[in-house]
Design a protein around this ligand. Structure first.
Ligand SMILES: [Zn+2]
Length: 401
């Protein structure tokens, strides 16, 4: 069984290259729209969709790299077939949409047309030439696909996916910990370690709030609105990067120092929203749990998700429940007299639940997990998307168990 991973690296194209890539986004948008137009006509007149050779014919003069053009049609074809499936199933659903340039942000190279130079400081992409790349992580496995992606800030990124054989699981004899994810601190561990939220994040978040105001005041379609929108998108991107970097480092450190990491099962979004409101999305917990889960595997660590109910109310020494207001930071047990930080008490409960309930990871769920990860191979999904699905699988496996 193979594991698909993906990596996102910043690109530094020169002016000509950036212009070229932008032009190719246009071309790819045009190609999508031309193909869709043709498909609509054919379908209306003959209830048929274009064949592969018809598509190839139109893409010849598209100006795009053949791989990129081919991929536009593969995606269009999938979207069209999904329409038929929905129709057969008696569901509503129209044709895919014509795209405006705002909706086209990436160019996909499913097999070839690119290579990483041996010094790994340049990525050669046809037809743009050698583009400077900041490769800040080692790649595991063989490179399979490339996606060139332009973010809202106009920064370009390369998303490379690799394929590698699954390695046998290592042994890790680190300690076992429970983790209570919070909003004041990022987390409190059952060994009383406090993990603070990344620095600078608060400042950027204030900045976002400040920038949202002029945006809501600016007239629709005005150039001020465009400017405000863009500067907001740039701060959002910054926040995403700071947070992702923080989560990557933290999860790597944790899986290497602990043999078991227990967390609350937040897979049920409904539950999470009930308990924490919308801030759960800001906190990046789901992303964090995803990162932990896939990193744990190769570090010989285990991630266990436990039932989150009453982890705050329960006394970690005598199990008696006591109600607490959100503002009460201390757990004071009326029954056994235990007095400790509220989040620490919760973290210990979380660990207890994971160790008392010895649900072994069955071979079954492991295999499912790998398939789930591998299944996304063709879509050029970025790392984090791929992992989310594997965590969900795991969560389901635990619930069954
Ligand atoms: Zn107690």
């Amino acid at each position: 069984m193979n594991i698909i991973r993906s990596y996102k690296f910043r690109l530094y194209p020169n002016r000509t290259q950036a212009k070229g890539m932008q032009t190719h986004l246009w071309l790819s948008k045009n190609l999508w729209n031309d193909g869709l137009e043709l498909a609509k006509q054919l379908y209306t007149n003959y209830q048929k969709f274009p064949t592969r050779s018809t598509y190839q014919e139109i893409s010849k003069n598209s100006g795009l790299h053949s791989q990129v053009a081919q991929n536009v049609f593969i995606r269009l074809d999938l979207a069209l077939k999904a329409k038929i499936r929905r129709k057969k199933a008696g569901l509503k659903g129209g044709f895919p949409r014509f795209k405006s340039i705002d909706r086209v942000k990436s160019l996909h190279y499913p097999q070839s047309g690119f290579c990483l130079k041996t010094d790994e400081r340049k990525l050669k992409v046809s037809p743009f030439g050698e583009i400077n790349i900041k490769k800040h992580r080692e790649l595991e496995g063989t490179i399979k696909t490339l996606t060139l992606k332009r973010e809202a800030s106009d920064k370009w990124y390369a998303i490379l996916t690799t394929e590698a054989e699954a390695k046998p699981v290592l042994k890790n004899n680190g300690s076992q910990i429970g983790m209570d994810l919070g909003l004041m601190n990022f987390a409190v561990l059952s060994d009383a370690t406090i993990i603070k939220n990344p620095r600078h994040l608060k400042r950027h978040q204030d900045n976002i709030r400040a920038k949202q105001k002029p945006l809501s005041r600016a007239k629709l379609g005005s150039s001020n609105r465009k400017k405000a929108k863009k500067s907001l998108a740039i701060v959002h991107e910054k926040v995403r990067n700071i947070r992702r970097d923080f989560l990557h480092k933290l999860s790597r450190r944790l899986v290497h120092s602990h043999s078991l990491i227990a967390l609350e099962d937040l897979a049920s979004q409904e539950m999470a929203e009930k308990n924490y409101g919308k801030s759960i999305n800001d906190a990046g917990w789901n992303e964090f749990i995803s990162m932990l889960s896939y990193k744990a595997e190769s570090a010989g660590s285990r991630v266990i998700l436990v039932n989150p109910e009453n982890t705050t109310k329960e006394c970690s020494r005598c199990s008696i429940m006591t109600d607490k207001e959100l503002s009460e930071r201390q757990h004071n047990c009326p029954s056994c007299g235990l007095s400790m930080d509220r989040d620490l008490n919760a973290a210990i409960n979380i660990l207890n639940r994971a160790t008392l309930r010895t649900v072994p990871r069955s071979q079954d769920s492991r295999e499912q997990k790998l398939t789930a990860t591998a299944g996304i191979a063709g879509s050029n999904a970025c790392e984090d998307e791929a992992i989310v699905s594997s965590v969900k699988q795991e969560a389901h496996a635990f619930r069954r168990g």
